[in-house]
Design a protein around this ligand. Structure first.
Ligand code: ATP
Ligand code: BTN
Length: 263
C-alpha cells in the first residue's frame, strides 16, 4: 500500500468529526478537480462534495492560467452552498486563502504568507493557490492546489517568482490526507464564522498573514491600472488602496484582477 495514497478510505475517516458532511470522490488522473466539482454542483451535489486527484491534465488557475499538477501534489475542489449575497460571496476567497496559509503554518511548521488575492507563499516562493468559482445556482466551487510532496525537480517555473513545495521546505514528505483534512477543518471554522456576523477575526488574521499590507502596489483590473498603498481589507475580500492624492480606492478580488508589489 502506498503510505500516502489519497483515497476515499484514507480521507473520509479524518473528516468524520467535522461539521460539514463531507463526501469524497478520489481520482487518479483527471482533467481538473474544479471542472468535475462544478459539474457535480450543477447536478445538485450537496455542500461538502469533495473531488481530489493525484494529477490533473488540465489544471487551471485564475484567468485561465495553467496550473501544473504533477504527482505528489494535493489538488482538490469542493462544493459549498453558502446562501450569501454575491457581494459577500467574494470574501470566501479570503476564507480559503487564510485557511490554507494557517494549515501550512500549523501543520507543516512553515512561515506562510498570503499574496492577495489567492496565492500562498513561503520564503518568496509560491507553495499554493486557491480560487473560488461560481458553479450552479447557489453553489460555489473552492479549488485548492498545494505543492505538498512535489519533488524540487518537478516544481514548475512560474513567470516572476519560483515555486516551492512542503517537501522542499521541510526536507520530508507530508501525509497529504492529513494535510487535506486540516485545510478542510480550518476552512469550516472560518466559513461558518464568515456566514455569521463576526468577520473581524478573519480580517485580522488576513492582515497578520498578508504579504501586501502597507506595501506600494499596482493593481490591474481589466484595462485599468491603479497605483497605491494597501491600507486594509474589507469583509467582501476587497482591499483598500490609498492613492497618491490621499483618496481611497477599493479593489475587489474579481477573477480578472492582478496585483504586483512595487519595489
Ligand atoms: P496573481 O498574483 O495575479 O494571482 P499569478 O501569476 O499567481 O498572478 P494565478 O492565476 O494566481 O497567477 O496562478 C496561476 C499561475 O501560477 C500560473 O500562471 C503559473 O505561473 C503558476 N503555477 C502553475 N502551477 C503552479 C504550481 N503547481 N505551483 C506554483 N505555481 C504554479
Ligand atoms: C491560482 O493560483 O490561480 C489558483 C490555483 C488553483 C489550482 C487548483 S488545483 C485543484 C483545482 N483544480 C484546478 O484546475 N485548479 C484548482
Amino acid at each position: 500500500m502506498i503510505r500516502d495514497a489519497l483515497t476515499e478510505d484514507s480521507i473520509l475517516p479524518l473528516l468524520r468529526d467535522l461539521r460539514i458532511r463531507w463526501r469524497v470522490r478520489a481520482y487518479g488522473s483527471i482533467v481538473s478537480t474544479n471542472d468535475t466539482a462544478k459539474w457535480l454542483a450543477g447536478s445538485g451535489a450537496p455542500e461538502g462534495t469533495l473531488v481530489v486527484a493525484e494529477t490533473q491534465t488540465g489544471g487551471r488557475g485564475r484567468r485561465g492560467n495553467a496550473w501544473e499538477s504533477p504527482p505528489g501534489g494535493l489538488w482538490f475542489s469542493f462544493v459549498v452552498r453558502p446562501h450569501l449575497p454575491p457581494d459577500r460571496a467574494s470574501g470566501l476567497c479570503v476564507v480559503a486563502a487564510v485557511s490554507v496559509a494557517r494549515t501550512v503554518i500549523d501543520f507543516a511548521g512553515l512561515s506562510a504568507r498570503i499574496k492577495w488575492p489567492n496565492d500562498v507563499f513561503v520564503g518568496g516562493r509560491k507553495l499554493a493557490g486557491v480560487m473560488v468559482m461560481s458553479a450552479a445556482e447557489g453553489a460555489l466551487v473552492v479549488g485548492v492546489g498545494i505543492n505538498a510532496n512535489v519533488p524540487e525537480l518537478e516544481l514548475p517555473a512560474p513567470a516572476w517568482y519560483e515555486a516551492t513545495s512542503v517537501q522542499r521546505e521541510t526536507g520530508e514528505s507530508c501525509d497529504r490526507a492529513a494535510l487535506l483534512a486540516r485545510v478542510l477543518a480550518e476552512f469550516e471554522s472560518r466559513y461558518f464564522a464568515y456566514r455569521g456576523p463576526d468577520h473581524e477575526g478573519l480580517m485580522e488574521e488576513w492582515r497578520e498573514l498578508s504579504l501586501v499590507i502597507g506595501e506600494a502596489v499596482t493593481a490591474t483590473v481589466g484595462d485599468e491600472t491603479v497605483h497605491g498603498t494597501v491600507f486594509g481589507i474589507e469583509e467582501d475580500g476587497g482591499i483598500v488602496l490609498r492613492l497618491a492624492d490621499g483618496s481611497h480606492r477599493k479593489v475587489l478580488p474579481t477573477s480578472d484582477v492582478t496585483l504586483s508589489v512595487r519595489k
